[in-house]
Design a protein around this ligand. Structure first.
Ligand code: ADP
Ligand code: ZN
Length: 544
């Protein structure tokens, strides 16, 4: 293993828990690899391919991702390829012939989940299996299997076929997603048998975390602040270059507007979202990768497979939907290990809109649609946690890590706005709370309500809203279809839980977060109702 690591990959030592993951896979054991983005997950399945005879099959959700990996491995003279609907029939045939032969030259084969479930491919895999030529089955970005996750792909659901059809091939599930439900789902859906759990720390010490509060009294527009951040980045660069930055927005239009406004100010910026033509997207990506356009304003479409080491700044222009998503996106900063920044803009307005989109049930006579589905509730809960990140009076890093089941020892934060100025943050939060109440009073005690007319404006959220509305719920249906509560599955779940909880001594963080979430629930309700008592208490005129 060490020889291959050094000679083929050029690394002197294993990182995190790579060595154990590889060891377990080579011993034929199922593995669950939970490492942050940039933690070196791919080595965990690439190295076994070079140590053992046979082929490692890797399921990957994106063609671009597969192409990129294949290209990198080929530079190291590793024989590998990928199968997808984009390949010609001829190419496919050649690939399948190669892996089916008595002693295949191919070391790794990447494939989309859709392809896996086609009869032809399964037959080929079975042939390889019979010959003992299937070393390992790796499922990259395995959280795509769960509808609780932020990247659900229905086709991933069908991967349970692997265990059924190829029962003795070890499976390696890899993800950077920490949500317990998602992890449980992965173990269950892939039918992992007592998997070795390999969890690396999620701490990203070189990222500085900051929540920037926007007040109604001030300007609610984050743009001037973003410009200031970019200018600051430039002033810190020896060659006076603009910093490489990603600005995440909720809507496609906002991404476009931000890119336009920045360009107008002489900052080289482009927009990236799913509404662009493929060619345009490719162009934006390559200009960004080359440093020609260092700033990209993007929706979450700018995600998986983005691997640029020198991102200095990740901005969340609007509130993300989950801590998971936020962690993934902010985690694109500073992969080179040098100082980087995550700045999240928090305005009440944004949060209220998000609540609406997610179909938060409200008290009162105006019967709001309720999230009928589990998924709707899950989304709301996840969003509550994100709000907790923004409003808890404690270290941001501790909150993030707590979410991943890790404890950050007190006093060891390597940079966040709260640790630098706890009183300042607390003061701002109080100001924010009072603005909400005063605002509610001015509006006659009623929270500004959002109508359906507001919805199209939130392109990204519209789907969510409609799925919450009609109770369309893939998770319910799927769990009914694939219920596997065998002892094995239960034991795996239990083991996973133990590995995750580790130490519960960070009660302080927990209670602060719980309080923040409670406060969040309370103020939402207070401002949502026409509570005269609240107004009386504040001695503000009811203008209604
Ligand atoms: P992930 O898939 O977890 O996001 P990657 O597999 O893409 O991470 O690896 C991230 C980076 O870390 C890559 O540039 C890779 O070359 C590097 N890397 C992986 N393993 C090691 C190691 N043992 N030593 C040094 N660098 C490593
Ligand atoms: Zn901190």
């Amino acid at each position: 293993m060490h020889t291959v690591l050094r000679d083929k990959f050029g690394f002197t030592s294993f990182q995190g828990r790579q060595e154990e993951a590889i060891g377990a896979a080579l011993a034929g054991r199922d593995t669950f690899v939970l490492m942050p983005t940039g933690g070196g997950k791919s080595l965990c399945y690439c190295l076994p391919a070079l140590v053992k005879k046979g082929v490692v099959v890797v399921i990957s959700p994106l063609i671009a991702l597969m192409e990129n990996q294949v290209e990198n491995l080929r530079k190291k003279d590793i024989c590998c390829d990928f199968l997808s609907s984009t390949r010609s029939a001829e190419d496919r045939r050649a690939i399948l012939d190669n892996i089916q032969s008595q002693s295949p030259q191919m070391r790794l084969l990447y494939a989309t989940p859709e392809l896996l479930t086609t009869d032809g491919f399964m037959l080929v895999l079975k042939n390889m299996y019979k010959r003992g030529n299937l070393t390992l089955f790796a499922v990259d970005e395995s959280h795509c299997i769960s509808s609780w996750g932020h990247d659900f792909r229905p086709a991933y659901r069908k991967l349970s076929v692997v265990r059924r059809e190829l029962p003795q091939v070890p499976i390696m599930a890899l993800t950077a997603t920490a949500a317990e439900k998602v992890q449980d789902d992965i173990v269950k859906q892939l039918r992992l048998r007592n998997p070795a759990l390999l969890v690396s720390s999620f701490n990203r010490p070189n990222i500085h975390y900051c929540v920037h509060y926007l007040f109604e009294a001030g300007a609610l527009d984050p743009l001037p602040h973003v410009v200031a951040l970019l200018k600051e980045g430039r002033s810190q660069d020896a060659a006076s270059r603009w910093p490489c930055a990603v600005i995440y927005t909720l809507k496609r239009e906002t991404a476009g507007e931000v890119a336009f406004s920045l360009s107008a100010k002489g900052i080289p910026a482009a927009a990236y979202h799913a509404g662009l033509k493929t060619a345009e997207r490719t162009c934006v990506l390559s200009d960004w990768a080359s440093g020609k356009t260092p700033v990209v304003a993007a929706t979450v479409a700018f995600g998986m497979g983005i691997d640029k080491a020198d991102v200095r700044l990740v901005v969340h222009y609007n509130l993300p939907k989950t801590i998971e998503g936020f962690y993934q996106e902010s985690g694109r900063a500073g992969r080179d290990g040098r100082p980087a920044k995550s700045v999240l803009f928090y305005s009440r307005d944004d949060r209220d809109r998000m609540d609406f989109i997610l179909g938060k049930p409200k008290k009162g006579k105006r019967k709001r649609k309720q999230p009928k589905s589990q998924q709707g509730n899950g989304e709301l809960q996840a969003f509550g946690q994100l709000v907790g990140y923004c409003t808890a009076r404690c270290c941001r890093r501790a909150i993030l890590l707590r979410h991943f089941g890790e404890v950050l020892p007190a006093g060891t934060c390597t940079g966040c706005d709260y640790c630098e100025d706890p009183h300042g943050v607390a003061e701002q939060l109080e100001r924010l709370e009072s603005e909400v109440v005063i605002g509610a009073a001015r509006r006659g005690g009623r929270r500004r309500s959002f109508g359906k007319a507001d919805l199209p404006a939130y392109a990204g959220g519209a789907d969510l809203a409609s799925s919450a509305e009609d109770g369309k719920d893939s998770s319910d249906a799927a769990s009914g279809e694939d219920e596997d509560d065998s002892e094995e599955a239960q034991a795996a779940k239990q083991a996973l839980k133990r590995a995750r909880t580790g130490d519960a001594s960070d009660e302080a963080v927990l209670s602060v977060m719980a309080a923040a979430e409670r406060r969040y629930a309370n103020t939402s309700q207070q401002t949502g109702c026409t509570s005269n008592s609240l107004l009386n208490k504040l001695r503000l005129p009811n203008t209604k």
